[in-house]
Design a protein around this ligand. Structure first.
Ligand code: F6P
Length: 326
């Protein structure tokens, strides 16, 4: 058992729905154990600037259902410098922070790996990103909400696509990962998806489209991850226009709508379970690990393994999409 009196909580990188539910869970679990929780505002940048405030139980009232993050977030360039990290460490000492809980994605844990090489503070991470691109957890906090938002939008697009016999290229978020595209594509019956994890031949796609036209299948929903090597939906549409000028295509870029909104039930429960587990993990002496959910159970993975390893990607769902779209 480790005797901790003060913990710092921070959200960093792109916000994700469910971060507030995680903060609430951490604050209330900490208070239950007699630990004082402190909110570090705007991620690593607020740590550097000492923007750190004690959180009471009422500070996390009525936030479980809200998107965004009450602690705000940022992507700090200064933290990636030695001076930035030194300043952050000094501020933590100044505020009596003895342990940290970091909620964020790949960039947050990359920063953590560098920081903890130099500074020895117990820390536990929570996977908070809509991209679902971290190892050590089946799902990240916010992914389920983002996918549901994408599904909500694509269903509407399908209605109008069908009315006009058009092909729609719908771009979803995911700079380096195609999970939102994969899950929303499958859930919406997309005819095709483009994701960074699987290199798809655009020419094979064109051949499929020509076959579709021959058999009078004119409505097509193509979901494109923003990070796909095709360059995104806009680029792909320009290429299609050049090769098949008669094809009626439209582009719809869903953008940041996917990052906001009320978290789904799954995201709230995931956030609640991991926040609770993170505080207990610090008390039992765990450190520099991310709490995730693997096969329904809480599991801990070292920060370095969460960022270094590519999340294992199974091509099964991709193959399924092709079979089901025929
Ligand atoms: O990491 C989450 C994410 O939403 C990515 O899917 C997207 O590429 C990126 O953040 C956008 O970041 P920003 O809001 O800083 O432009």
């Amino acid at each position: 058992m480790t005797y901790i009196q003060h913990i710092g909580i921070m959200t960093s990188g792109g916000d994700s729905p469910g971060m507030n539910a995680a903060i609430r869970s951490i604050v209330r679990t900490a208070l239950h154990h007699g630990i004082k929780p402190f909110g570090i505002m705007r991620g690593y940048q607020g740590m550097i600037e000492g923007d750190i405030h004690e959180l009471k139980t009422t500070d996390v009232s009525n936030i479980i259902h809200r998107g965004g993050t009450i602690l705000k977030t940022a992507r700090s360039k200064e933290f990636m410098t030695e001076e930035g990290m030194q300043k952050a460490y000094e501020q933590l000492k100044l505020h009596g922070i003895e342990a940290l809980i970091l909620i964020g994605g790949d960039g947050t844990f990359r920063g953590a790996v560098e920081f903890f090489k130099k500074y020895d503070i117990p820390a536990i991470g929570l996977p908070g990103t809509i991209d679902n691109d971290l190892s050590g957890t089946d799902f990240t906090i916010g992914f389920d909400t983002a996918v549901n938002t994408a599904v909500w939008a694509i269903d509407k697009i399908r209605d109008t696509a069908e009315a006009h016999d058009r092909l729609f290229l719908v771009e979803v978020m995911g700079r380096d990962a195609g999970y939102i595209a994969l899950y929303s594509g499958l859930a919406c019956g997309a005819e095709h998806i483009f994701i960074p994890e699987e290199k798809e031949s655009i020419d094979a796609f064109l051949t499929d489209l020509m076959d579709d036209q021959k058999r009078k299948k004119l409505t097509n929903i193509v979901v494109v991850a923003e990070g796909d090597e095709s360059g995104g939906a806009q680029e792909l549409s320009m290429y299609l226009k050049e090769k098949m000028p008669a094809l009626e295509t439209r582009v719809s870029i869903l953008g940041h709508i996917q990052r906001g909104g009320n978290p789904t039930c799954n995201d709230r429960i995931l956030a609640g379970r991991l926040g609770y587990a993170a505080v207990e993990a610090l008390i039992t002496g765990r450190s520099q690990e991310m709490a995730g959910l693997i096969n329904g159970e809480v599991a801990f993975t070292p920060f370095s393994a969460c960022v270094k390893l590519q999340k294992p990607f199974s091509g099964d769902m991709m193959r399924m999409i092709k079979v089901l779209a025929k």
